[in-house]
Write a protein that binds this ligand. Sequence first.
Ligand code: AMP
Ligand code: MG
Length: 331
Amino acid sequence: MIALGIEGTAHSLGVGIVTKENGKCRVLSNVIKMHRPAEGGIHPREAANHHAEQAPLVLAEAVEKAGISLSEVDLVSFSQGPGLGPCLRTAATAARALAVSLGKPIIGVNHCVAHIEIGCGVTDCTDPILLYASGANTQIIAFTNGKYRVFGETLDIGIGNCLDKFARDHGIPFPGGPEIEKLARAGRKYLELPYSVKGMDLAFSGILSSAAQYIKRGETVEDVCYSIQETTFAMLTEVAERAMAHTEKNEILLGGGVACNARLQEMVNIMARERGAQAYVPPKPLCVDNGAMIGWMGIVMHEAGVRMSLAETTVNQRYRTDDVHVTWRSG
Ligand code: AMP
Ligand code: MG
């Protein structure tokens, strides 16, 4: 089966074409186009316009790179939520048009769960805790008692948005995460920032205000970036470790764009090693928002017997991880 997945929950429009080989996901192509606002944050309607303009081009490029013809696609899947309404609707409309014109089934998938399943599809992990650290989302997710459950999450902004906002306010180009990572390598001094772990939940906006104060007081941007990384990543690692202890799982999977950060990977690796557990990171194009993970999620669900009518493909901006009706895992 060849599945074509369309991702469009936020700033990125992605089309990925995947198939299953020896029980694993084989990515035939995975094209991502990111909307980069000239200034300020993402405006949902502008991002949706970007997706609408790019959809035919990204689709054509993905098909060409996969070396297939569109008629060979057996299934169309798309991210049904959570995300920004106008963006979700644009991707869903593209998916419906494609599925109807090809006469092929369509499946709407949960974006957060797709980050877990692609990790299991391309690495050796089977039942991990997912540390999902992206622009808008920050969640610690695991499958227990028939559902993907959220063990901890941000109470305000996503970790990626925290990094991007700090960057934007201090003249560092978007996306801020990778730039902050480079600057942090030159940081030497740890400046104390609010370590906001509340039970199993996290908060990042206080860190932003404190970090801005340090800059005003003349601390170097390198030291502040270093301190932001050390603080926020320690918070993420702590909550992930407690979720592992609670669920007695011995695999941790990273997902989301912030998972590309070498320092976060290092902290999680150390934590896993000290517990006798194993950490997994998918390749970067499968960590960020991408169409391949949506295509793979489509295959996993279709194999489990999931079918959707067009009427069931309306988007859900607040599609919760624990609302997903899971028929493809047991336990
Ligand atoms: P996503 O929302 O999953 O597509 O990921 C996008 C987010 O990942 C943005 O907020 C980026 O700033 C962030 N990001 C990407 N690469 C890195 C990195 N190396 N370190 C930290 N954050 C990153
Ligand atoms: Mg994501």
